[in-house]
Design a protein around this ligand. Structure first.
Ligand code: C2O
Ligand code: CU
Ligand code: CU
Length: 544
């Protein structure tokens, strides 16, 4: 293993320099907006039942989903584009399930042997000689046994499949499933390997929220196209090291179509919004400045609706929104993200009667008391740059994927994780298996931290925004800020991962294994102060 100093030396000789990627010729302004209807995502259907893995006397729904290549027109004026999708559709079919009703999915890899996007063999886990089209599926937000979680190293090649068991013993929420293969998951998800999974439950059903065709998932991402209408993933200027630090596209897509429109009735809708972009953060708002309500976060309902005029979403975050079009009958309203067009809603002049409710109270979210925490982990988020200040590698806790596991929470205990971000980027940090709450965010002096290894706060701790004060599984760790989350490690023991959900970061070491250990096992050294972590190996790094 390389020491940090050797790493840096190595970095200096490895010319992994990023330059502005060559622009593809397709100019996104040449594509007309709002000419394609927004696809309503198909629902996944079980093909039968199978014995419950832990209780063979009962049977559970069994799905078989095949990952395969397809060609689809992503805009009226584009040729069909090559994509990789679940059951050949992008985004994949939506799982609509009920809390407490477990199910099994056989995820089959039926992809072509050759990848069509630029693999970078320098990345750990993406070495030359491995099957190019390897995949493993993770259900993001699911509380599942480790063997069903889609561990990044458990990938398999075309012709193989893996069956996952989803106990579904968790609250109503919007989850999503996507590829998680080590070192290439930014490319596999970009190719289209992602889909939504919605869990409903009784508590939610009693609220009489808009449902059926008035509850619509919106899976949003940005893409780039080449002149032939094919997906274009830019590369660095170094052909031997094509990794780029972030992907930002210029074509905005909802449910797999570029700038679509949706015909709606003048009434309330429930939109289950997922930011499934590789690296882009969105700040959604409506063209007429209309307010709307957020009723849920990543992992379930908020205590009460929060009125908003815009909602900020990092990659992998979900927002459960109620939007009322009744004041806009016969007109259009566009969804925007700052200066980007996203989609258009065409409101009919009349519609069926709206009998749905917008309750003032939704679901209690009891605060996890800080006094219950048995561990307080200091976890710096690190970027190592090359000589010209371009990011080279991203690390969590100053460690690489292959370093020994340092985060070993005990089952059924509570921990506080301090995500210390001395970089210039916001990193959406996601933990598998668990849901958590945001305690607060507090600015610190980056210079003191990097040069003198001191964590010195320069502001007051700020409580999360009202629309973040629910159950989360992904949190924005803002630059120059310590973000504290409180996590109860429930469900299963075993090995999971936590990572930045900017997929380019995740693929370049910004992902670490963690292990939930039994209540009697040792949970590793208790790190209670900043100094231990600060001394733990990123002394030589320079944040951007
Ligand atoms: Cu969206 Cu590791 O997950
Ligand atoms: Cu996940
Ligand atoms: Cu990141």
């Amino acid at each position: 293993m390389l020491t940090p100093r050797a790493m840096l030396a190595n970095a200096a000789v490895m010319p992994k320099v990023r330059e502005a990627p060559v622009r593809p010729a397709l100019n996104p302004t040449s594509l007309a907006r709002y000419v394609d209807p927004m696809p309503i995502l198909p629902i996944a259907h079980p093909i039968g039942t199978r014995p419950h893995p832990n209780d063979p006397s009962t049977r559970v729904p069994f799905y078989r989903i095949q990952m395969r290549e397809s060609f689809t027109q992503l805009h009226r004026d584009l040729k069909p584009a090559r994509q990789w999708g679940f059951d050949g559709v992008v985004p994949g079919p939506t799982f609509m399930t009920k809390s407490g009703e477990p199910y099994l999915v056989e995820w089959a890899n039926a992809l072509p042997d050759k990848h069509f996007l630029p693999l970078d063999h320098n990345l750990h886990g993406a070495e030359k000689g491995l099957p190019e089209s390897r995949t493993v599926v993770h259900l993001h937000g699911a509380k599942v046994p480790p063997e069903s979680d889609g561990y990044p190293e458990n990938w398999y090649p075309p012709g193989r499949s893996a069956t996952a068991f989803y106990p579904n013993a968790q609250d109503a929420a919007m989850l999503w499933y996507h590829d998680h293969a080590m070192g290439i998951n930014r490319l596999n998800i970009f190719a289209g390997l992602a889909g939504a999974a919605i869990i409903h439950d009784e508590v939610e059903a009693a609220l009489n929220l808009p449902s059926g065709k008035f509850e619509i998932p919106l899976v949003i991402w940005d893409r780039m196209f080449d002149p032939n209408g094919q997906l274009y993933y830019p590369v660095s200027a170094n052909a031997d090291a094509p990794w780029i630090p972030e992907f930002f596209g210029d074509v905005m897509m909802v449910n797999g179509k570029a700038w679509p429109y949706l015909e709606v009735e003048p009434r309330k809708y429930r939109f289950r919004v997922l930011n499934a972009a590789n690296g882009r953060f969105f700040r959604f708002s409506f063209s007429d400045g209309r307010p709307f309500h957020q009723i849920g976060t990543d992992a379930g309902l908020l205590p009460a609706p929060v009125e908003l005029k815009s909602v900020f979403m990092a990659p992998a975050e979900r927002a459960d929104l109620i939007v009322d079009f009744s004041t806009r009958a016969g007109k259009t309203v566009n969804l925007m993200s700052e200066y980007f067009d996203i989609m258009q809603f065409r409101v009919a002049s009349s519609g069926t009667k709206d009998t749905s409710a917008m309750p003032s109270a939704l679901r209690a979210v009891p605060k996890t008391p800080e006094s219950e925490a048995v561990q307080n982990r200091m976890l710096p988020l690190i970027e190592w740059d090359n000589k010209v200040a371009e990011p080279m590698i991203m690390l969590l806790g100053g460690k690489r994927w292959m370093d020994p596991i340092t985060e070993k929470p005990r089952l059924d205990t509570v921990e506080i994780w301090n995500l210390i971000n001395p970089t210039d980027d916001a990193h959406p940090i996601h933990l598998h298996l668990v849901r958590f709450q945001i305690l607060d965010r507090r600015r610190f002096d980056k210079f003191d931290f990097q040069m003198r290894h001191k964590l010195r706060f320069i502001g007051d701790a700020m409580a999360p925004e009202a629309n973040e004060a629910g159950w989360k599984d992904t949190v924005r760790a803002n630059p120059g800020v310590v973000t504290r989350i409180i996590v109860r490690f429930e469900g299963y023991t075993g090995r999971y991962v936590w990572h930045c959900h900017i997929l380019e970061h995740e693929d370049n070491e910004m992902m670490r294994p963690y292990e939930v250990v039994s209540t009697t096992a040792a949970s590793g050294p208790a790190v209670t102060g900043a100094s231990a972590a600060i001394a733990s190996g990123f002394t030589w790094c320079r944040a951007r």
